[in-house]
Design a protein around this ligand. Structure first.
Ligand code: UDX
Length: 465
């Protein structure tokens, strides 16, 4: 055994193999983890698909191994009314397609490494179960990185039981019912679908995530104890034989550079410099979530009518069914005139820096886990409009547990509701805005106190595998 504080730069330099799920919200934490492990002396090899391939020139110290796969090299069709099903199908197809070529390349690498630094383990995303299985078959220990919260993992582990008890698939009349076994969740906070085909794929994806963790030699979570103390304690009891490493907030602890798939518009930081402190509403719905054309119109007028300064990320492909030639979603007539001088619309932003900018006073988010953590660490209160997967649960914690934001009603966006929510969020003097802001700043300072102690534990664990 080795003790905390070990590094991998002893007699035998050790190598970690990483395989991120090639989506932005999963690439970021994996590369942040890579940065941490590399700084502790590990050599790093990153396996990747051509789909959303990382830019190797940003990481001259790492080795990259492409795994050529014959699956569509594009995002699932954004015009597909069931984007969730399309995304999950894409991930399952990638698992299947990568299996054989990954086995070949891993075997070749192991052969080569015999005379060089030994391979310590593979760390893969929990959504790449097939590849974790391949590594173990070849004698490589595995660790699973789950990029969501501890609460979400517990909910995933309980998913079959929640189905047996009749909570799922969610019934319209039951959406506000509390999930007694799993507070503070309500039925509406669980992943579900009214399409039985989609629900089947969701169930399968969740079961694979849980299996990936349960069959690995450790579960790595991008969270921290001050944020989810009870959830982490319960998860450790429930997983019993699999050690859990809460090593977040990764974006704060890691020296990693940006790994943005889309080009970030840095000009918006200059615009923020011209704005008053805590005055700007930042709006972004992450890399996958989509909205209808009607929701876009209501969102736009809600923002315009709020009268507040704003920075809005309108990602290409955000709006479902927009014609391919206008990938940048079209804004309603009159929007620019109504908001002239008051706001900026960009295709993609340097989000961490935006949230840390003193001019930003609120964040309208879809509550992807990375966005949620980034806002927590920046002390920015949130307005939540989750759309799928773990996002509803994350919004529930923001609104109900940490009380650093407010959730919009599910369903369609309505401009009046948006306007009222923005007013409540951004009114620094009145309640509930002031309370949310105070608690957000408290949580920010707790996040800043998080040490690298758990990273030390992870390093020791890897060296002892
Ligand atoms: C997905 C899921 O939706 C999310 O719920 C899950 O927890 C992780 O995978 P995504 O929807 O893209 O991720 O959201 P999120 O987790 O918030 O990740 C988005 C990342 O993109 C963040 O790290 C954010 O900083 C970055 N980003 C977002 C930008 O760099 N620029 C932007 O304009 C918007």
């Amino acid at each position: 055994g080795s003790s905390a504080g070990d590094t991998a730069t002893g007699d035998r330099r050790r190598r970690v193999l990483l395989f991120p799920l090639p989506y932005q919200g999963h690439i970021n934490p994996m590369f942040q983890l890579a940065g941490l492990l590399h700084s502790r002396g590990f050599a790093v090899t990153v396996f990747h698909t051509h789909f959303n391939a990382p830019d190797a020139s940003l990481h001259p110290a790492y080795d990259f191994v492409p795994v050529p796969v014959p699956v569509p090299n594009c995002m699932p069709d954004e015009a597909n009314p069931d984007a969730v099903q399309a995304t999950l199908d894409h991930i399952l197809a990638m698992n299947r397609a990568c299996e054989a070529p990954f086995r070949e390349r891993l075997a070749a690498l192991l052969e080569q490494q015999r005379t060089r630094d030994g391979v310590a383990c593979l760390i893969a995303d929990t959504q790449l179960l097939s590849l974790l299985d391949v590594a173990r078959e070849l004698g490589v220990p595995t660790l699973a990185l789950r990029t969501g919260s501890a609460a979400c993992f517990r909910m995933f582990a309980a998913f079959p039981a929640l189905c047996d008890k009749g909570y799922l698939p969610a019934q319209e009349s039951q959406l506000d019912a509390p999930v007694g076994e799993l507070p503070p969740y309500r039925v509406r906070d669980l992943p579900s679908s009214s399409s039985s085909a989609c629900f089947a794929v969701i169930s399968e994806a969740i079961s694979r995530i849980v299996t990936a963790a349960a069959t690995s030699s450790g579960l790595i979570l991008n969270t921290f104890d001050a944020l989810e103390p009870a959830e982490l304690a319960l998860l450790r009891q429930e997983l019993a034989t699999v050690p859990v490493f809460d090593i977040g907030p990764l974006h704060k602890l890691s020296p990693a550079a940006s790994n943005s798939v889309l080009q970030q518009d840095r000009g918006c930081l200059d615009w923020l410099d011209t704005q008053a402190p805590a005055s700007v509403l930042y709006i972004s719905f992450g890399s996958i979530a989509s909205m209808s054309a009607t929701d876009l119109v209501e969102t736009a007028w809600g923002i315009a009518n709020s009268g507040r300064p704003f920075l809005w990320v309108l990602r290409p492909g955000l709006v479902r069914g927009a014609p391919p030639e206008s990938r940048q979603p079209p804004l309603p007539d009159g929007f620019h005139a109504a908001t002239r001088g008051r706001g900026t619309v960009v295709r993609w932003a340097p989000q961490e820096e935006v949230l840390a900018h003193p001019a930003v006073g609120g964040f309208w988010t879809h509550c992807g886990w990375n966005s949620t953590l980034e806002a927590v660490c920046a002390g920015v209160p949130m307005m939540c409009r989750p759309s799928f997967g773990d996002q509803m649960g994350n919004a529930r914690y923001v609104d109900h547990v940490w009380r650093i934001g407010l959730a919009l009603d599910g369903g369609e966006v309505e401009r009046g509701e948006v306007e009222a929510a923005v007013a409540a969020l951004m009114d620094g003097g009145g309640e509930p805005g002031a309370g949310m802001r105070r608690r957000a700043l408290e949580l920010k300072s707790r996040a800043a106190e998080t040490s690298c102690l758990n990273v030390d534990k992870l390093v020791s664990h890897i060296l002892a595998l």
